[in-house]
Design a protein around this ligand. Structure first.
Ligand SMILES: *Cc1c(COP(=O)(O)O)cnc(C)c1O
Length: 381
């Protein structure tokens, strides 16, 4: 039996402070359904901290993305452009509305959508561009927003990785018309499952509130703005319970502490693996001048799939769990027949060669050093 202390998992959920206390408070308040005191506290916190015009907690980032597709009135004749190297929810949210997905390739230097090769993908039917700030490193939003403006398109940020990261000092999630965040246990700030819709364009706020409450004006009713409520639009149940909001609020209160630790681990990997990069053994992340890292994911790029498999095995033999990431969606079983056949070589490269190293709040610096040592030994042998 290997003792627990020798295992380095890829991720481990954590308590940071007042989670249990706040859950108890929520129950004592007599209301644990959605939009109680803790949800309101979270909404205000996000609006104030990152300057979103409106923030709505959702049960997941997937739900926030589905709300985006409804808010944009996506129809079957519409096309939506997004990277192929992303999580399935980015695409599914729009496929559920019947729209066609036009998958774009990643940049050579980052897994983000390549802004320089987007314009030829835009057609009369294009309605929106969805960007994913991979590993919390910003996409080239200046170029993307300019292109969207020129062609009258909406911009959605899948900011699942991107909490507390920046594009030219502007918080990610504040740059598109709408943005979706995740508090899944693998993200920086967690509530088990959880998400947030950030609205930066005033015109969506009222309808978002209705869609989130099953297509009813229930929220306006609770504010006393109407004497009864009813069904006025399509919608679903897109609000989390107060138990989740209470847990989340305890985490966001401590965001500086969490981020400081995660950024430090990221930097340790980055600095200590430089010699391997300099000798051409592997590739490390590139942070463009306009971007920051937020300690979400630390990845390396191996030379090929076989090498990545061997490295995963080598780490595993030392009880260290490393994880590859997305498999190109344009090649997925569900979408490959629907894809237009363009080759997306960078997306495929990241599918085959990218490897994520353990990175979580409770990972110790000694454990981080151990991971680095095993990688060094692997490339030196
Ligand atoms: C995690 C993730 C999601 C989904 O988040 P959930 O909260 O689990 O729904 C969506 N997009 C990206 C890029 C993600 O990493």
């Amino acid at each position: 039996m290997i003792s627990k202390s020798h295992n380095i998992p890829f991720n481990r959920p954590f308590f940071i402070g007042n989670e249990i206390k706040y859950i108890k408070n929520a129950i004592a308040s007599g209301k644990i359904s959605g939009d109680g005191i803790f949800s309101q506290k979270c909404h205000s916190w996000f609006e104030k901290k990152y300057g979103f015009k409106k923030a709505f907690l959702t049960p997941s980032c997937t739900d926030a993305l589905e709300m985006c597709a409804i808010l944009l009135n996506i129809q079957p004749e519409d096309e939506v452009i997004m990277p192929s190297f992303t999580f399935v929810s980015t695409a599914n949210a729009f496929v559920l509305r019947g729209s066609k997905i036009v998958f774009a390739d990643s940049e050579n230097i980052t897994p983000n959508i390549d802004a320089n090769r987007l314009e030829p993908l835009i057609s009369k039917r294009t309605k929106a561009i969805v960007v994913v700030h991979y590993a919390g490193i910003a996409c080239d939003m200046g170029k993307i927003n300019a292109l969207a403006k020129k062609h009258n398109l909406f911009v959605i940020e899948d900011a699942a990785h991107a909490l507390d990261s920046f594009y030219q000092e502007k918080p990610l999630g504040s740059l598109g018309h709408l943005a979706a965040f995740s508090f899944h246990e693998t993200k920086n700030i967690i509530s088990g499952e959880g998400g947030l819709l950030a609205i930066n364009s005033e015109r969506f706020i009222k309808r978002a509130e209705i869609i989130r409450e099953k297509g009813t004006n229930r929220s306006a009713f609770f504010r006393g703005e109407t004497n009864k409520y009813g069904w006025i639009d399509i919608g679903s149940s897109f609000l989390p319970s107060e138990i989740i909001a209470a847990f989340l609020f305890a985490q966001i209160e401590k965001i500086e502490k969490i981020q400081k630790k995660r950024r430090k681990i990221w930097e340790m990997y980055y600095h200590n693996l430089q010699p391997l990069r300099e000798s051409g053994k592997l590739i490390l992340p590139t942070i463009p001048k306009y971007a920051t890292q937020n300690g979400h994911i630390f990845y390396i790029i191996c030379n090929n799939l076989k090498e990545r498999e061997a490295l995963i095995k080598s780490l595993k033999s030392q009880h260290i769990m490393a994880a590859f990431h997305y498999q190109s969606l344009h090649k997925s079983k569900f979408y490959r027949e629907k894809h237009d056949g363009r080759k997306l070589v960078n997306a495929d490269k990241y599918s085959d060669c990218l490897l994520r190293l353990p990175l979580f709040y409770e990972l110790s610096f000694r454990e981080t050093e151990k991971v680095i040592k095993v990688i060094e030994d692997f490339y030196h042998n």
